[in-house]
Design a protein around this ligand. Sequence first.
Ligand code: ATP
Ligand code: MG
Length: 393
Amino acid sequence: MINPRATHLLIRHQEIALKGKNRPEFERLLRNNLAKCVGSQGNVSSVSGRFVVELANREGIPQLVDRLATIAGVAAVTPCLVTKPELDLITSETLDWAKHDLDARPEAATFAIRARRIDKKFQLTSNQLDLEVGSRVRKLRDGMTVNLKKPDLKIAIEVRHHHALIYSWEKAGVRGLPMNATQRIVCLLSGGIDSPVAAYELMRRGCTPIFVHFHSKPFTSEASVAKVKRLAGVLRKLSPHPLEMWLVPLLEIQKAVRDSCNERYRTIHYRRFMMMIAEEIANRRGAKALVTGDALGQVASQTLTNMQAIEDVVRLPVLRPLVAHDKQDIVAKARILGTFEISIEPHDDTCVLFAPDHPSTQAKLSILREESEALPVYDLVFAACDAAEKVLL
Ligand code: ATP
Ligand code: MG
């Protein structure tokens, strides 16, 4: 419920406060990211360790609040009214604010005023201000009583040195750390439920993803690629800056693997190539890690042995933020993120092309290495990277 009297949005962050010497840098990043998200809808400034957006007009405020709540680093977005720290003004503005809140809440029968006097020179203490304003708010609705523990309506007043704030509702943000455009990671995005969630977990830790998707067109459909692009598009909305996506053809590699490797190892060879290509893209784009949606034991191929066999071909760290999550947790996160409904649409899985019904779950590293050596690995990897289609989301 956004009070129509709101003139500003108060934006709190949490973890940044713990960052010690790096705090100014994190604050600068978050402020820039917020400013990009707000655009011409307002002005962002930093006030007493928080941010305040001065709203330029009344249009699209609910959408702006929703968008800001998804910016990594934001703990809460609070629509508020900013006024001068003068008792008369604070009282009349709070009454006006309460009237609008009560209009929107016909069932509200209890309320509380929570005043905080940060400027100790203000003439009333926090408690006195509670009583002063509360006694007048109570008269706005017949029979309304004070309930400090669990009020239907709670209005907060903060009296600071140069301004006072009035607010009553906040939207919880995603928390985490602000996204940093220079802190790049390559995220392998498959079209399933897990990989978009994995990418998002690291976006929330300040990383900027470069998405990589492997397809086997024309054996896999154009619609499957379009689906993965839509998934990436959902994540793009959570980023303050444009994101890159690479669509890499894997078919030539899959044919080479089919023609010369053990049938039961095909899927693992595909995965090894995916990793090498992802690493090559990371090197070209200055990314520092690779990210997958693997969760241990979720499907037969996600065994520790296979993870080791797949990771064997790269030097960059492979991050698997979902490794110990169960499917239920991941699904719940995907729903909140807005990727779940897209992920469950049917798509063609690149990994099963030419693959046997029972791929190996315990691939022997020595055999995999031997088989790889018989292939022109670097030529195949570079050719796939060069043939990739690059999209800016
Ligand atoms: P997801 O739901 O993310 O597809 P999954 O549980 O289906 O995961 P796999 O299909 O075994 O697991 O894939 C494991 C991980 O490998 C994926 O999370 C993704 O990061 C990567 N991956 C698999 N296939 C592709 C692909 N075609 N393009 C890019 N990455 C892929
Ligand atoms: Mg999958």
